[in-house]
Design a binder for this molecule. Sequence first.
Ligand SMILES: [Zn+2]
Ligand SMILES: [Zn+2]
Length: 332
Amino acid sequence: MSLPDDPEAREAARWNHRPPVPIAQNPLFQWPPRIGKILRWYGAYWFEVSTTTLCLVLAFVAYFMILPPLEAMQRLEAGWMIRVWLANLVPQCLCAGLLHYWLIMRKGQNDQRKFDPRDQNRSNGSFTFGNQVWDNMFWHIASGITLWTLAQIGVFWAMANGFAPGLLFPDNPVWFVALFVLLPIWSSFHFYWVHRLLHWPPLYRAAHALHHRNVNVGPWSGISMHPIEHLLFYTNFLIHLVVPSHPLHVMFHGYVQSTHPVFSHSGFENLMVKDQPQLKMGVFFHQLHHRYFECNYGTVEMPWDRWFGSYHDGTARATDETRARKTQMYTR
Ligand SMILES: [Zn+2]
Ligand SMILES: [Zn+2]
């Protein structure tokens, strides 16, 4: 197949589905401020079915139905620690497993809204067990869910023993609610800097290359990372040692950090039911990072990439710029 001459048509032809470009960024950081756009942006997270509202529901279910009260977490005992692990493991595997089954095995929506035209790799020596899906499941569960759970166990233990500032809803209802909105912004901020650090060549080779085996991502790629990367990634729970919060926030934070990536790495922009988009999933911004590497280290929530010159907005010009930057980085 020969590629078209026009650069923009050529860029579009690399994808099975390319959302409108340049891709949208959080209007909160655009000048002059457009209140309507900002409200619509946040409304789509909080007042519609979204991965954010899913994370919120999971946090309430975990807190009220699975976790014991904080007083029971003063000592590091297996019973409650296993409950925290199950509260993470079960929904995480259900989300990734069901999505993988529907999108990739059943091909339930064919290629509708699928970014990359290719299928996932079945046999490829660069993956653990020589298979992308087995590789991703192994690192996701064995390293990802384990270190995510251990980080939360540390926070709960600190809260139960008075080493971390607690917060109850009646103490400060406004802050209690606001923290749910602020935690994903904190996650985005932290992710950009950790991710930039992971692209420092020695650390990239030692750890982050494992996540980047996935040029063509799938649901299990979400938190398929090296343990060193997980250690860095989950340092963002340290915020609970400083900022007053409640176990509900800690659980929500964990799902935002870990379950959201299952959807954002799904490779499909939307979950379709009867040819209608029902849920926003794949994030083209991050799909571009997996395709072109040295761009889009952050998320669309904060404009770090725009400010530091690594923003790929999905256009052909941005691909040229990224390739030039890559050549410059590797020939220095
Ligand atoms: Zn990366
Ligand atoms: Zn990724």
